[in-house]
Ligand binder design. Structure first.
Ligand SMILES: Nc1ncnc2c1ncn2[C@@H]1O[C@H](COP(=O)(O)OP(=O)(O)OP(=O)(O)O)[C@@H](O)[C@H]1O
Ligand SMILES: [Mg+2]
Length: 409
């Protein structure tokens, strides 16, 4: 099989190359070749660091070494939906379920909501996969939330509504795409069906977004809904500008890393220094995010939780996402370390490493003290989000201890 891959540049879908899929003895291999006309364009850019511009083929087992494509295909939540849908369809038709190869998952994603600006087309020029139904509206969310609950409890339940609404998005948590009254795309993050009242993940994630905005970190627009007293977080998609799609790669792709590997934020620094279009703005912001992450204990900061958008002939740090606090005042182990040695990042270490992020030590200490002031009233923000007092206290000990460290810098 072969597919045309286009990259949207300034709102135009430009043929970028061809993806070939081969299945032999049940194993999938793929290769990608850039289109000569794409290579000849003045504004052409590499889809990702592992496929630099040039002639010749890039080969991969599955799509593992074609990470730009991996970034616009489903992650755990979407893959789970797609495999389940195939299993149910096969059961209803009385046949054996097909093996879903990486390319099937890639091309099976709803084109309207696909992450970033890459699009896939078949040999007849049909976009893959054209949506069968429209993107859900806010009014559809309560229904989708109960579908997600049912799906987590019963493997045989019909999940087509969730599949249409949410398979394009990465991450592990249940989610759905949504279009607002202006036609803009949003992502809705649902609570897990087993989420305890104390956790209230959506409201905490929203609280973090509000607090980060107050600290000067670039955040997407967001809202938190209460549906039957459970929090559903709505976040505006930053890879769309009106009808335009913006090229996106994850931090993991930027460093050509593997899921589950150990990395340092300094690797993102290196990426921005060589490939960024505004490193002088993005590096200090990356540092600010790291500092905020230490304050709230955002330990799940794996590199898929960082992203880059292509703009002005280089990559810019995408707005922040998926920042969540963790309870407890003990030193915390982060998925991505600040430096190369310690996985237990701290405010002190952030200050010690600030120069790598182009932040002078005196400016770093001043920022710490400023942040301590801006975050002083974090409890008020959390309460306004409707978070229960017990949950605030559960989370509070760690945050307060880190704020005291900030103030003493
Ligand atoms: N505002 C946004 N606009 C566009 N894409 C986004 C936005 N926020 C997140 N994403 C993309 O969607 C993916 C899933 O989002 P997110 O990380 O919030 O979900 P998650 O399920 O909590 O993830 P995890 O598996 O890390 O817990 C991200 O990895 C990123 O690629
Ligand atoms: Mg995530």
């Amino acid at each position: 099989m072969q597919y045309l891959v286009t990259m949207q540049i300034d709102g135009m879908d430009v043929p970028a190359g061809t993806l070939f899929q081969n299945i032999r003895n049940g194993e999938e291999t793929t290769s990608f070749v850039y289109d000569q006309q794409y290579l000849a364009r003045e504004d052409a850019f590499a889809l990702a660091p592992d496929v630099p511009l040039g002639g010749g083929s890039f080969h991969s087992a599955g799509l593992r070494s074609l990470r730009a494509l991996e970034d616009c295909m489903p992650d755990r939540w979407g893959r789970n939906l797609m495999t389940r849908a195939e299993r149910l369809e096969a059961k209803n038709a009385g046949r054996t379920p097909r093996t879903l190869f990486e390319t099937d998952l890639l091309t099976g994603v709803n084109d309207e909501t696909r992450q970033g600006a890459l699009r896939l087309w078949d040999a007849d020029g049909n976009v893959l996969t054209a949506p069968e139904t429209g993107v859900p509206r806010e009014i559809d969310l309560p229904h989708l939330l109960s579908s997600a609950d049912r799906a987590s409890q019963d493997m045989d339940v019909d999940i087509r509504d969730l599949l249409d609404a949410g398979s394009s998005l990465g991450g592990a948590r249940p989610k759905a795409s949504m279009r607002d009254e202006h036609g803009d795309l949003w992502m809705a993050k649902f609570p897990k069906s087993a989420e305890g009242h104390l956790e209230d993940v959506g409201a905490w994630e929203h609280t973090c977004l509000l607090l980060m905005e107050a600290c000067g970190i670039t955040t997407p627009s967001s809202r938190c809904l209460r549906i039957v007293n459970r929090s559903v977080l709505l976040i505006k998609r930053f890879d769309r500008k009106g009808a335009m799609r913006l090229p996106y790669i994850s931090g993991l792709t930027a460093v050509q890393g593997e899921d589950g590997g150990s990395y340092s934020l300094l690797e993102l620094v290196e990426f921005l220094e060589s490939n960024g279009s505004a490193p002088e703005k993005d590096l200090p912001e990356l540092w600010l995010r790291a500092l905020f992450g230490c304050v709230v204990g955002n330990t799940d900061n794996h590199l898929r939780n960082f992203g880059f958008l292509h703009s002005n002939r280089g990559w810019r740090l995408a707005p922040v996402f998926d920042v969540n606090p963790t309870p407890g005042a003990e030193p915390k182990r982060f998925a991505t370390a600040l430096g190369f040695g310690e996985q237990y990042s701290s405010v002190r270490e952030a200050v010690a490493l600030s120069e790598y992020f182009h932040v002078a030590p005196s400016a770093a200490r001043a920022t710490c003290r400023e942040l301590a002031k801006r975050l002083r009233n974090w409890r008020v923000v959390a309460r306004k989000e409707g978070i229960a007092e017990a949950s605030i206290e559960w989370m509070g000990e760690g945050i307060d201890r880190q704020l005291a460290e900030l103030a003493n810098c």
